[in-house]
Design a binder for this molecule. Sequence first.
Ligand code: GLC
Length: 610
Amino acid sequence: MKEAMSQHLTHAPSSATADAVGEVDAERGDWWRDAVIYQVYPRSFADGNGDGMGDLPGVTARLPYLRDLGVDAVWLSPFYASPQADAGYDVADYRAVDPMFGTLNDADDLIRAAHALGLKVIVDLVPNHCSDQHEWFKRALHEGPGSPLRERFHFRPGKGAAGELPPNDWESIFGGPAWTRTVNPDGTPGEWYLHLFAPEQPDFNWDHPAVHDEFRSVLRFWLDLGTDGFRIDVAHGLVKAAGLPDIGHAEQLSLLGTAAMPYFDQDGVHEIYRGWRRILDEYAGPAGEERIAVAEAWTPTIERAALYLRPDELHQAFNFEYLSTSWDAAALRKVIDTSLTAMGAVGAPATWVLSNHDVTRHATRFGNPPELGTQQREPGDRELGLRRARAAILLMLALPGSAYLYQGEELGLPDVTDLPDEVRQDPSFFRAAGQDGFRDGCRVPIPWSGDEPPYGFGPAGGPSWLPQPKSWAALSVAAQTGDPASTLELYRSALAVRRQRQELGAGTAVTWLDAPEGVLAFRRDAPGGGFVCTVNLTSEPVRVRLPAGSRALLSSGADYAEGVRPAVADATADRPAGGPLGVGGPVTDNPVHDGIEPVIAADTAIWWAI
Ligand code: GLC
């Protein structure tokens, strides 16, 4: 069955070719500890064939942009064969590329091209559930109750006199019950099956050895193709509490991420990841460069997330506590300290993230009241949101550990909050009382160039799968390139500085400096240099005291500090003309300011060299 569904390469995979391996040899084995990893959402990054949908050849063609931006790795959301009930997080064949995104050869080309540019490639692995069009599930349904294939999922008879009630009270993350009733091959009402997400996403039963075997094989398939790692979707969900016990009350979504749930963060998941780590370690490259896994694990506490990162388990986990923290100095300082302590205890790097394909973009969140949380439809104060977003990226990139960027944040893109209902595709939008239904707003295709949609996302003509706003011409990559005040050039400069000054991502701690209320100031020291980051999170200019000899390196705002000349322009100008931007290009310190007590503008971050 596997053979029938999987695609095959027409040539040897990337990992088997000497030239591709040679490109990554020079890297450190533990490259991931301070890597900046850029999330590509393939539907919305670049459309190579003009059908309005992003695809793998489109991504490959744009890889030089990512190299020039200065990131270390690319994580691609799923591009596998899928009916797209949940934008590809419903996988029908884990070894095949969906025709909408291209072919397996296109994936191989992408990996080779990335490696040739010195970029790592991380693919999304979806082990909690598959698609209802996966061969196993189709056969399980077809064969009816008693089929051994049903044991690979969670099929149960219903409760009630005629089995008309779901087997337990679990609710789907997307809204409604987490169970759907089947119809027997003879047309009578049948058993129910569990789906923590959409009904088209049946959960695997991880008590079954065939499920373990299958995913070990899938890991090897993509490792053999040359991928450098995996993002593990719903990593906290694979194991369910024995007996699938009731929770006892409704509104369970409000408890997610804060309370223990019988379907999330069960201790049994750790044994699975120990097994996967052994496979990943087998594949370490010739110079010791490691293949990695990053967990999407929503856990009640950061300490519980750290358990996934013990030395024999996964390498990183997304820091959702950080993502969920509002623009508040005390709250940010607390989450930074808690993260560094919890991750340090298991020897793992902390990670930092502000946006992804599931939440409202932070340039919009930061312009809205914090009570609105991470799922919003209010446009908010655009100017304020962008100003804070620019400060937030300098804060994030100055922290020790690994940083995740979501495509388009380097352009300062806002969420699209006014998408008409008829174009929406997020499955949770269609399920009442769902998780959110707002996720389409952060998934609108990227503007690359030009005055009108599709802004170079694909060949002119056809509309993109989600419509782009009229106002995005000014936000395109082409429009921002070369403008020292643009958000794109701020990101390029910040990433270039981060490459040049190892103390930014390295290490495991920050030294907090005394600062007025509402201001964060910390110092990072490394052999041969020191660095200070100051962030004014208040809405007033604030005077801060800096260590002697501090010189401004980079600021998030143009009006950032009294008596300090904008350093962004300097950083940009010092790159080699016509050469790759941000790839270790020289970014000299701005020597004009020796500011011991500068006044920092509202909602502004500044990097200083000492
Ligand atoms: C993860 C993904 C999300 C998806 C869900 C179900 O949370 O990030 O996009 O809907 O898993 O696979």
